[in-house]
Structures are given as structure tokens and as C-alpha cells.
Design a protein around this ligand. Structure first.
Ligand code: SF4
Length: 307
């Protein structure tokens, strides 16, 4: 019996994608390995947002190889996309799949079993154009729903555009179908996720606010709630905040990456807002939803000015 084990690192998007890959394998006769039972195939879905993330990825690969000495070990995700050779050189790795190739996981496993696949299989990041839908189903109530991928912002400290490519997204119609499917499965919380979700619509000419409106109209039992995972301050418009406040199913939950409270530093980071804009967003949220949750990312440390 072919068994599989996933080890996923990083963001909600990675968890949605690992879950989607898991569904593919289960549809091809695999079953999930029981705890403590060595698996036939192991998949490590990596993150590469920092050097520490790469380090965690290597540790995860060594551990899963130790616990599954005979497994076919596949490594995918941002570390595999950014540094494929470095990952391939890690002892015990059998297959490295890039952001696009990972969605043909079953095919690559079969080809490798017949010695017909290369160890490294990667489309160059600049050529990543396709959007692959994903929705997690590992948790009965909470589901991560991927609506967007990639980013065109190129903030000076960030590797994600180099690991995930240009901004691209699903259509509103396909996202609504995926949400209806989750509701049918009994899902009661849907976390809308991606890389730069406020940029939704870049490749379809649709808009993020239209997506939110369509999702709020999905026929669903009382108690269904959507969460907007993280949204850039400049893309979290007043219109979106007012919509959430008046909506049927959107939780008063906002995660807004500020990164710095200094306009000078924000300029060096090539961020697309200033303190005043950020403060006005928080003010609007506070006025309309005093009980709202607001999560904020801030980067600390010294800025090195290159002269
Ligand atoms: S918007 Fe976010 S994902 Fe995009 S480059 Fe900036 S920090 Fe990275």
C-alpha cells in the first residue's frame, strides 16, 4: 500500500497547497501514513522567506529522512524554487519540484519510479504564469482557500516575488465554487489566502472587493465566517473595510503588514504607503468595528544605507 507523509513549513498558502497535493495522491491510491509508520513517499513543502526558514527546511528534510529511511523524498516550495541545486545536494533528497511542477506530483513520482525523471524539475520564476487553485481540507472547520499567487511589489527586503513569480489569480467564479464546496463539506471558517491578495484580479480584470462581495452572497448556514488573511495597507481600501463592517459573513479580522513606523524606512523598503495612510486605515476600522482584531507585522533592526 502506498503511503504518504507531508511536512509543511511556512505560510497558509503552503498549507493550502500541501493539502491540495495530498488530495491528488489520495485520488491515486495513496493513503496517509499513520503516526510513527514509515511512509512510501514523503513530501517536504518548504519556505524561504528568511535564511532561518531555509535552515528549518534542511532540518525538516534530515528529520523526515531519518524517520522514513526507505521513502521517496520529494522537496518542493519556495526553498526548492529559489535554490534547487542546494536542495538537491542535501543528502537523502530524491526529487526537487518547483512551484509549477509540484502540481504534477503524481506524474513525477511515477516517472521517477521508472527512472524517467530528472532530480531537479523547475520552471524559471520569470516564466511562472499559471494559477493553480488550492484549498485545504485537513481541518474539519477551518479551511485555507488560495485565491491569488505571486507578487509584483518587489519590496527591497523580500524574496517572495523571486520564489513565487508575478501576481496572478483565480477567477471569482472558481473561488465561489471552491467556497461552496467547502461549505458542503461542513467547513465553517474560510481563510482567504495568497501572497498579495489585495492585488487579486491582476490577471482576470476583476477586483478584490468584487470577490469579497461574491463570497458573502454564497448560500451558507448561519455561522459561516470568512477571514481575510493578510492585506497590504494600500490595498485594504476604505471601501473594503466598510464592506467587512456591513457584511454577513466576514469576520472583523485584519492583518496589515506595517513593517516600519518610519516614512524614511518605508521608502527604503519600497513600501507603497506611509504612516498617515496606515493610521487612517486603523482609524476607520476602529470607528466601524471597535471590537475588530488588528494584527500587524513590524520589522526591527538597523537599516544599512548603501552609499
Ligand atoms: S508585498 Fe509582500 S510578498 Fe510582495 S514583495 Fe512586498 S513583502 Fe514581499
Amino acid at each position: 500500500m502506498k503511503t504518504v507523509r507531508f511536512l509543511t513549513l511556512g505560510c497558509k498558502l503552503n498549507f493550502a497547497e500541501s493539502s491540495e497535493l495530498g488530495k491528488q495522491l489520495l485520488a491515486h491510491g495513496f493513503v496517509r501514513a499513520q503516526p510513527g509508520e514509515p511512509a512510501t513517499v514523503c513530501v517536504v513543502n518548504t519556505c524561504s522567506v528568511t535564511d532561518a526558514a531555509d535552515h528549518k527546511g534542511r532540518q525538516a528534510i534530515h528529520r523526515i529522512r531519518r524517520e522514513n529511511p526507505d521513502a521517496l523524498l520529494v522537496v518542493t516550495g519556495c526553498y526548492a524554487q529559489l535554490k534547487p541545486q542546494e536542495v538537491a545536494d542535501i543528502e537523502g533528497v530524491d526529487l526537487v519540484l518547483g512551484q509549477q511542477e509540484k502540481f504534477s506530483l503524481v506524474d513525477f513520482i511515477q516517472r521517477l519510479e521508472h527512472h524517467e525523471a530528472d532530480k531537479i524539475n523547475n520552471t524559471r520564476t520569470v516564466d511562472l504564469r499559471r494559477f493553480f487553485p488550492s484549498a485545504s481540507s485537513d481541518d474539519r472547520t477551518r479551511h485555507f482557500l488560495k485565491v491569488q499567487d505571486g507578487c509584483d511589489y518587489y519590496c527591497t527586503y523580500c524574496t517572495i516575488p523571486m520564489a513565487r513569480g508575478r501576481s496572478r489569480n483565480a477567477t471569482i467564479g472558481s473561488v465561489v465554487e471552491a467556497a461552496e464546496d467547502i461549505v458542503r463539506q461542513g467547513g465553517r471558517e474560510i481563510v482567504i489566502t495568497g501572497v498579495n491578495i489585495g492585488d487579486f484580479g491582476r490577471t482576470t480584470g476583476e477586483t478584490f472587493i468584487d470577490l469579497l462581495r461574491s463570497l458573502d452572497e454564497v448560500q451558507a448556514p448561519e455561522g459561516l465566517r470568512y477571514r481575510i488573511s493578510s492585506c497590504e495597507p494600500n490595498l485594504l481600501t476604505e471601501e473594503i473595510i466598510r464592506f467587512v463592517a456591513a457584511s454577513r459573513h466576514f469576520a472583523p479580522h485584519f492583518h496589515i503588514p506595517l513593517q516600519s513606523g518610519s516614512d524614511d524606512v518605508l521608502r527604503i523598503m519600497h513600501r507603497r504607503y506611509d504612516r498617515a495612510l496606515f493610521a487612517s486605515r486603523v482609524q476607520t476600522i476602529r470607528q466601524l468595528m471597535p471590537h475588530a482584531f488588528i494584527g500587524v507585522d513590524v520589522m526591527v533592526g538597523c537599516v544599512v544605507r548603501r552609499t
